[in-house]
Design a protein around this ligand. Structure first.
Ligand SMILES: Cc1cc2nc3c(=O)[nH]c(=O)nc-3n(C[C@H](O)[C@H](O)[C@H](O)COP(=O)(O)O)c2cc1C
Length: 414
């Protein structure tokens, strides 16, 4: 029989660590399903466990400054906090166009949102997030974009984006399985969508406020649903959608993510198979398309108007789509925090759309060149910096899931 006076057993530091480790690995597994440009998966997540790394993480979240904690919890063994640090993996990022810098932060922000939501559902709620400003942090507090204060275990090609402090709550709701199901069901669907209009109340629900890293994101979401707006968008795609193919460096980079088939995509764990881009196809058609899309062929076909033809095909897919969603950040030149939070907002939106039976197909080519993006924003009255544009609708066909790197699910212990 237990004595009523028996002391409540205290969770030891080792038990806490092991419970957090389990939660973090589960969360990273779900977050790895996040969308990213070209499926390049440019994120990394580190878990500080050594005394010095915890101390550095505690400083990074600004514990000494905010007064809500002792400033010692990074080192105190009885502390109940854990930390994670989100990074951009510079080895995996796209670089051929300046606009890719924004797309990389958006992709990392989407990953962060799903990671933090998964942790919250396992009883680890986000208590503080501090974003790095690579330039001013390097100058004022010595936190370099290469992450040196985080110790030798910090991967040299990772740039820290933000540090997060998490606190144990008793609120593990057991809904992680639902979130995982939604993350598995969410995928880019480049096929045709039903042409009927979408219910305005469903569209409004996609924009409801969000928690986690998406909280406070200064994002305006516009649904372009009128005939005029959709025709203007399709027209822009028809005129400029070939830029992807005619820009040699950008196309070479895109092409490096194209895999011959699903088997090669699965083995590499990133990029996309031709079938994921163009839908299921026969072997001979696949061979033909592969040859036509090769950078050397494209260099020649460019002069025969091939990029324009591909742009017109994309416009034909876009035209009957019932809605185009455009997301913009308030500032015309948003900083790191605003952009990562924008990505978190996008993840939340995309997950809700999935739950509502809707699919997305981003059309980023109209954002990747400043002149085209400006024309799009002017024509459609989109203010600030539009960072994401996508077809939105009820898909007529299912699309296969795209691959993920095994180590994209991993957590780096530092
Ligand atoms: C910021 C961003 C931009 C994207 N732009 C495009 C695009 O222009 N065209 C496209 O087909 N897919 C685009 N995608 C979708 C990715 O290719 C897709 O997320 C990735 O291949 C993983 O596939 P999944 O979304 O089915 O998991 C974009 C995704 C993100 C996050």
């Amino acid at each position: 029989m237990t004595s009523p006076q028996a002391p409540t057993p205290r969770t030891s530091s080792a038990e806490r660590r092991s419970s957090f480790e389990h939660a973090l690995r589960e969360a990273a597994d779900v977050a790895a399903l996040s969308p990213s440009s070209h499926n390049c998966q440019p994120w990394g997540v580190a878990w500080p466990t050594s005394r010095s790394a915890r101390q550095a993480a505690a400083q990074l979240v600004g514990e000494a400054l905010d007064g809500t904690s002792s400033g010692e919890s990074g080192t105190d063994e009885s502390a109940t906090d854990e930390y994670v640090i989100l990074a951009l993996d510079r080895e995996r990022r796209l670089t051929s166009l300046p606009a890719h810098a924004v797309e990389m932060l958006i992709s990392c922000g989407a990953y962060l949102q799903i990671l933090l939501r998964s942790l919250a559902l396992q009883g680890w709620s986000t208590d503080l997030i501090r974003f790095f400003d690579p330039l001013s942090d390097e100058r004022t507090s010595g936190i370099p974009s290469a992450g040196r204060p985080l110790g030798d275990a910090w991967p040299p090609l990772w740039s820290p984006l933000c540090a997060v402090r998490l606190r144990r709550t008793d609120e593990s709701s057991g809904r992680l399985a639902e979130l995982r199901d939604t993350a598995l069901a969410r995928r880019t669907n480049r096929g045709p969508y039903r042409s009927e209009g979408l219910d305005p109340s469903v569209l409004a629900g996609l924009c409801a406020p969000s928690a986690g890293a998406a909280e406070g994101a200064d994002v305006t979401v516009r649904h372009l649903v009128t005939d005029g707006e959709r025709a203007a968008f399709a027209d822009l795609v028809a005129r400029h959608g070939g830029r992807d193919f005619s820009h040699q460096r950008a196309w070479r980079e895109t092409h490096s993510f194209l895999r011959r088939d699903e088997a090669e995509a699965a083995a590499r764990g990133d990029g996309f198979a031709l079938g994921q881009l163009f839908g299921p196809m026969s072997g001979p058609r696949r061979q033909l398309l592969r040859a036509a899309l090769a950078p050397t062929t494209m260099r020649v076909l460019r002069h025969a108007g091939y990029p324009r033809l591909l742009a017109r095909q994309l416009a034909l897919v876009a035209r009957p789509t019932p809605a185009i969603v455009a997301m913009s950040l308030a500032e015309t030149a948003p900083g790191l925090e605003a952009t990562v939070r924008g990505g978190a907002h996008l993840a939340e939106y995309w997950m809700r759309a999935t739950e509502a039976g809707l699919a997305l197909h981003p059309v980023s080519v109209v954002l990747q060149h400043d002149d085209v993006r400006t024309e799009l924003q002017d024509r459609l009255g989109l203010t600030g910096r539009t960072f994401f544009v996508s077809r939105l609708g009820r898909p007529l066909t299912q699309f296969p899931r795209s691959p993920r790197r095994v180590d994209a699910r991993g957590v780096r212990v530092i």
